[in-house]
Design a protein around this ligand. Sequence first.
Ligand code: ADP
Ligand code: 5GP
Length: 213
Amino acid sequence: MATKGLLLVMSGPSGAGKGTLCQALLERRPNLRFSVSATTRPRRAGEVDGVHYFFLTEDEFREGITQGRFLEWARVYGHLYGTPLEGVRQAVDSGVDVLLDLDIQGARQVKDKMPDAISVFISPPSLEALRERIQRRGTETDEESRLRLGAAITVMTAAREFDYIIVNDDLSEAGLTLDAILTAERARTSRHEDFLARFVGVWPGEMKGEKRG
Ligand code: ADP
Ligand code: 5GP
């Protein structure tokens, strides 16, 4: 049986740099796959269905919820977003690491269902920097930008719930920290049960003192 892949959940205020850091990490880590979410939000210029998101109607999304097709889902900035369960399960089971970019409600749901998941909070260095980044990115209308900036403080109050916090001031430094987190998490003793069991040729449970049965 392959060693299971890691689940890395990134969250933080809109404009903090999650997408940018995810992209950089994916380029450095060939064994890491981005989980493409489903959403009811309208497609932005340049976004490709199945690459950036699976763009669904509200009815299609609701049908997915009813059929249990989402690992987690939430309403964020007025639209529905969810993580397709099957893709994550297949990747993790085959030893591929999975990267999720979720709002804080989604991050909480994943941690509840999969306590082994690693949660990383990406923070901007200041509210002023966040405002500038959202403006400079220019992907939202003024109304949407205000909504996202207005939510930033509420999102920041959830930072303590996460395993790690990265203050994304200098981009390359933040990228190195994220990479280091993944490296350290891979080396965790608790993630080596199967390896150690194979090494000494015993059933994994025996390594933890469990009785066969
Ligand atoms: P998020 O995915 O968290 O909403 P993005 O990755 O889209 O945020 O980043 C928002 C904007 O800020 C983008 O234009 C991005 O290029 C820029 N950005 C990201 N990180 C930094 C940084 N460390 N310094 C300056 N600008 C940054
Ligand atoms: P955007 O519309 O800017 O792409 O994303 C808006 C917010 O939705 C971001 O905070 C992002 O992390 C979050 N998000 C994206 N996909 C998902 C998802 O599958 N589930 C949840 N809960 N949030 C998501």
